[in-house]
Design a protein around this ligand. Structure first.
Ligand code: F0G
Length: 451
């Protein structure tokens, strides 16, 4: 690893350790907090190690036309800002990143916002934003000579890890909460050849078991406590800034589960600002599900300074997390950028997901909290009509087809959850119709839809 260029700095006490000397659980031996990757020379105003903004912007754009595998990755295209490998030849890539930024015209119109976009990280190779972090951290595992990698997961991390491990020729171990992840994600881990263990506990329980496991065997931990994951996950910030010609949007809205992604995007924008590539940071807001909202509670009780774990419960299984590891980092990003931390109900998530689907994009339930959160912020007068807002969609709609089908069949939500939401939900429902096999019968059905 490129220990000359980077060190790991404890987010809690500021202690620094060389990358290769971190403990297997990536916790600081002095205070138990998490690390962040820090690069030498970036803090100085000038000097040989400080990247040149103008040259970088030009180089990164040029690479989009390059035939080199590394340049075609939307993560490694920005490798000057993640010099974590000794040899970039060790990078394991599936052409991740370079994801689309779509205009959300329907939602923009109904909310009265001019410029509303969705950065769709579900368009990554395994269908979620986890690929950007996985290419980074798994490449470090390979460079360091590990044979085994492992993660505890609500599904997407395990799918990404299994795929990248298979590409690198490494073995992978997945711990998932039994019966609490979407089938699409489980099928991916199996398809890519991971050893997949379903544990009779929740995600937080899986994390506890895995933390013990990696202390007792030479297995490289690929959960987002691994700071190299965040180095990959910060690169969508670079893509967003580039897409807006290096003027950043006013507001970025991100779902919150284990809270690494919001932390990573905050780090990405912060580094762009420190290096003079952009003039300011966007406001970054984090949205959680009502039943898995420990950070929201922490903000309402003590401005996010202390967090009490909760027993998590939501159908957005990706973010069914009660004790998020990166909460301190995320809380700082929210405070530093003037963002908000909100929660949304099961009905609000379902409606927002169907609305994103109706715009021809689709996403998994956890991603839809962003639109549901934006609606709340608009209703509270927190967003001006001329603001540019980007929603970060984290997972592909095919990840959780059961959820979608149950929604359209009307069997997703309980009576109690539905109360007051029927008028929003009913026009969005599109159950598959059973129709006689004649053109006449099909045309008769169209009449009901104005056809
Ligand atoms: N959206 C999706 C689709 C996710 O899979 C996750 C997390 C999040 C949002 C939340 O991101 O944890 O960085 O705050 N999924 C993890 C997993 C925990 O195991 O796949 P976060």
């Amino acid at each position: 690893m490129n220990d000359n260029l980077h060190t790991l700095r404890c987010f809690g006490c500021g202690a620094r350790v060389p990358g290769a000397e971190a403990r297997p659980d990536f916790r600081c031996s002095q205070c138990g907090d998490l690390f962040e990757v820090e690069y030498a020379g970036w803090g100085q105003r000038s000097g040989p190690d400080r990247p040149n903004p103008g040259a970088l912007k030009w180089l990164w754009r040029e690479r989009r036309c390059s035939g080199e595998a590394l340049d075609q990755s939307g993560v490694w295209r920005f490798r000057e800002l993640l010099p974590i490998l000794d040899n970039f030849g060790n990078a394991v890539s599936l052409h991740e990143g370079n994801t689309p930024l779509y205009k959300l015209r329907g939602a923009a119109k109904s909310l009265g916002i001019d410029q509303l976009f969705a950065k769709h990280q579900g368009m990554n190779p395994t269908g979620s934003f986890k690929d950007t972090g996985m290419t980074a951290a798994l490449s470090v595992a390979r460079e360091r000579g590990f044979q085994w990698v492992a993660c505890a997961s609500t599904g997407n991390t395990s799918a990404a890890m299994a795929a990248y491990a298979a590409r690198a020729g490494l073995r992978s171990l997945v711990l998932i909460p039994e019966g609490k992840i979407a089938w699409g994600k489980l099928s991916q881990a199996m398809d890519y050849g991971a050893v997949t263990c379903q544990l009779a506990t929740d995600f937080d329980g899986c994390v506890r078991v895995l933390t013990e496991t990696v202390k007792q065997a030479s297995i490289y931990l690929l959960n987002s406590v691994n700071p190299y994951r965040l180095e990959g996950q910060k690169t969508p910030a670079f893509e967003i800034a580039e897409a807006f010609d290096w003027t950043v949007p006013d507001h970025l809205i991100v779902p919150g589960g284990n809270l690494a992604n919001s932390s990573a995007l905050g780090k990405g924008f912060r580094e762009l600002k420190e290096l003079g590539l952009v003039a300011r940071m966007p406001r970054i807001s984090v949205i959680q599900a009502e039943g898995a909202n420990p950070l929201v509670r922490a903000f309402s009780e003590n401005n996010g300074e202390k967090m009490q774990p909760v027993e998590a419960q939501t159908r957005a299984t990706a973010i069914r997390i009660g004790n998020p590891a990166s909460w301190r980092k995320a809380a700082k990003v929210i405070r530093d950028t003037g963002g908000w931390c909100l929660d949304v109900s099961e009905a609000e998530i379902a409606v927002a997901k169907a609305e994103i689907g109706a715009e021809g994009l689709g996403c998994e339930p956890a991603s839809a909290v962003t639109l549901a959160g934006l609606k709340k912020l608009c209703a509270r007068g927190k967003i001006a009509p001329n603001e540019t807002v980007v929603l970060l969609l984290t997972g592909h709609t095919l990840k959780d087809a059961d959820y979608t089908i149950n929604f359209h069949r009307g069997s997703l939500l309980t009576e109690q959850e539905l109360q007051g939401s029927e008028t929003a939900i009913n026009p969005l429902k599109r159950d598959a119709l059973v129709v006689e096999p004649t053109a006449q019968a099909v045309l008769a059905r169209l009449k009901g839809f104005g056809g």
